[in-house]
Design a protein around this ligand. Structure first.
Ligand SMILES: C[S@@+](CC[C@H](N)C(=O)[O-])C[C@H]1O[C@@H](n2cnc3c(N)ncnc32)[C@H](O)[C@@H]1O
Length: 256
């Protein structure tokens, strides 16, 4: 795994185990790449409900606003107030490929709009709604719609907690994307409120490979508690998040 991330004009390096001299040398090397204007050090782990990080300035222009391109889309965001992982770029494309034009899509935990915008660009489904709790994320989500020339009627932004915003009134969706934060709570209950028979849920889970059966059991049990029935159709690894610990895409079909 590379020990840095590139977010368009900003590179963020991991500093653990490196001397100051080594960090500055790496920063100067990264500044040699044409797009990179700022190099920061990651000064904290991803934390809290907003899944944000703290950074320390290392070299280049002092700036926290990234302009990042992926999947023929552009994303603007503040690297300290918004979660954004360039490592999910391929996952966004793979999920977009699974969407049909006739689908109504709900993206829970939408961040700065990366999943909704990539899906809209590739497939132009009937409607996409993105729910995100972070106010700054929603500000950039709206700005990213403008930057990618997408109408707010096609992709709608709802700022708030999925626990409050996903109600029966929101309606039912053919597809629900739950690229969730790596927190204990599964949030599946809320995904099920917006599901009908046949809804497909793309759910991100975080665990070791030998813990997958337990996670599957937990999800099936949670559905049962809501008097619903789900089937797990596929489980796909989508990258290591720590030694031996993976992010998994769990593909769920709602049966009842
Ligand atoms: C792992 S990030 C996923 C971001 C996005 N899917 C992406 O690919 O960039 C989780 C996001 O969920 C948001 N979030 C966390 N808890 C939430 C909640 N209860 N309701 C709505 N959004 C929430 C965080 O602010 C964060 O932006």
């Amino acid at each position: 795994m590379a020990d840095y991330d590139i977010l368009g004009n900003i590179a963020i390096i991991k500093g653990e185990g490196k001397t100051n001299e080594e960090k500055l040398k790496q920063a100067e090397e990264l500044l040699g790449k044409p797009s990179i204007k700022t190099v920061l050090e990651r000064a904290s782990n991803v934390k809290g409900r907003l899944r944000t990080i703290k950074t320390k300035f290392l070299a280049g222009t002092k700036n926290l606003i990234a302009m990042h391109k992926e999947n023929n889309c552009v994303f603007k965001f503040n690297v300290e107030t918004c979660y954004f992982s360039p490592r999910l770029s391929n996952e966004r494309k793979l999920i977009a490929e699974k969407i049909r034009k006739t689908d109504k899509v709900l993206v829970m935990f939408a961040g700065v709009g990366a999943f909704p915008i990539v899906i809209y660009k590739y497939k132009k489904p009937k409607k996409i709604i993105g729910i995100e709790i972070g106010k700054d994320c929603c500000k950039y989500f709206n700005e990213n719609l403008r930057l990618n020339k997408i109408s707010p009627y096609d992709v709608e932004v709802i700022q708030g907690d999925v626990k409050k915003k996903v109600t029966k009134k929101l309606g039912k969706f053919e597809v629900i994307i739950m690229a969730r934060p790596n927190l204990k709570e599964t949030f599946l209950k809320y995904g099920l409120i917006a599901s009908k028979k046949g809804t497909r849920i793309f759910y991100h889970g975080f665990c070791r490979k030998d813990e997958l059966e337990e996670l599957k059991g937990q999800l099936i049990e949670e559905a049962k508690k809501q008097k619903r029935k789900i089937e797990i159709e596929d489980i796909v690894p989508i990258g290591e998040i720590a030694p031996f610990k993976n992010r998994w895409r769990i593909e769920i079909k709602v049966l009842k």
